[in-house]
Design a protein around this ligand. Structure first.
Ligand code: IPE
Ligand code: IPE
Ligand code: MG
Length: 299
């Protein structure tokens, strides 16, 4: 049997899925799967059993997402802070991750047919040193071009760069914090906090979260559009400031000749984009290199 549980939804679930799908759907959902130990305590089972049921719940949730045409899911399965838990618990969690995720990777080819991709994300402190160095070098190289460094460039430097930001982030177990998860990427996401413990998560809980996303959809969209416009405006303003500065250095009249100003602005913008592209290409090469080395070491 597939790890992402096979099988269809029940008739009533299917009906509700179709009703929900008539509205705007999140394309990318992120989960903070919290509450495994409280679930174990509540059900008088061992802690490891709670974690194991948590992994099984992930498999079930991925199936619901597939049925709801949600093709991109990011999950918070373990945080750096979690290493501070007892050795026994960390070892148990690592063993579960090895078993369950290696099964998922074996099924990767099959999942690709459904448009599902698997990606493992690292934390910023885990960024390989040479990539950190490359970013530092790039910042140094562009120190005369301060306006190369923008929010959109930082966005493209993250591991999550080739994936859209989550539309919806769900945290279970009633905790209302992000615990360092995708802080940058969720600034315009719909955040839904639900009191259910993760191993008890149900299809209906997922529907409720999506409904909350739908109720907030137009406000979210508006905020995103405004933010994007603001980013573009700031970039244009800083390019214009650069050109003004340049004209002043050349000794041109303060307003310069408007044709010359326009030409300079176009040229400067094109050069900036070129610099950014070559930096991003170098970053991507470093990343691929690093991942290939990692695969060779762990093979
Ligand atoms: C989330 O459940 C799973 C992991 C952090 C690995 P917890 O283990 O945090 O369970 P609670 O929140 O203490 O109940
Ligand atoms: C959060 O772990 C990360 C996961 C749920 C995987 P915790 O449940 O330990 O979160 P904090 O430290 O209490 O915020
Ligand atoms: Mg917890």
């Amino acid at each position: 049997m597939s790890w992402i549980k096979e099988g269809e939804l029940t008739i009533i679930e299917r009906f509700c899925a179709n009703v929900i799908k008539a509205g705007p759907m999140p394309k990318h959902v992120a989960f903070i799967m919290d509450g495994n130990r409280r679930y174990a305590q509540k059900c008088h089972v061992k802690r490891q059993q709670g974690h194991s049921e948590g992994f099984d719940k992930l498999a079930q949730t991925l199936r619901w997402c597939l049925n709801l045409d949600i093709r991109e899911v990011t999950v918070y399965a373990f945080s750096i802070e979690n290493f501070k838990r007892s050795k026994e618990e960390v070892d148990g969690l690592m063993e579960l991750a090895r078993q369950k995720f290696s099964r998922l990777l074996e099924e990767q080819e099959n999942l690709k047919k459904h448009g599902v991709r698997i990606r493992v994300l690292g934390d910023l402190p885990l960024l390989p040193l040479d990539i950190q160095e490359l970013i530092a070098q790039a910042v140094l190289a562009t120190r005369n071009y301060n306006n190369d460094v923008s929010e959109s460039l930082l966005d493209k430097c993250l591991y999550t760069n080739n994936s859209p930001n989550p539309d919806l982030l769900i945290r279970t177990s009633g905790e209302v914090r992000l615990s360092d998860f995708l802080l940058w990427q969720t600034s315009h996401s719909c955040l839904v906090f639900q009191s259910v413990l993760w191993p008890e998560y149900s299809f209906w809980n997922l529907c409720e979260a999506i409904l909350r996303f739908q109720m907030n959809h137009s406000a979210l969209q508006k905020a995103r559009d405004l933010h994007m416009e603001e980013g573009k405006r700031q970039q244009l303003e800083s390019d214009q400031a650069y050109v003004t500065n340049k004209l002043q250095q050349e000794g041109s009249a303060s307003h310069g000749d408007s044709q010359r100003r326009r030409t300079l602005l176009q040229k400067y913008t094109a050069l900036r984009e070129e610099r950014i592209q070559s930096f991003l290409q170098a970053l991507e090469h470093k990343r691929v290199d690093f991942l290939e080395r990692l695969c060779t070491v762990s093979a």
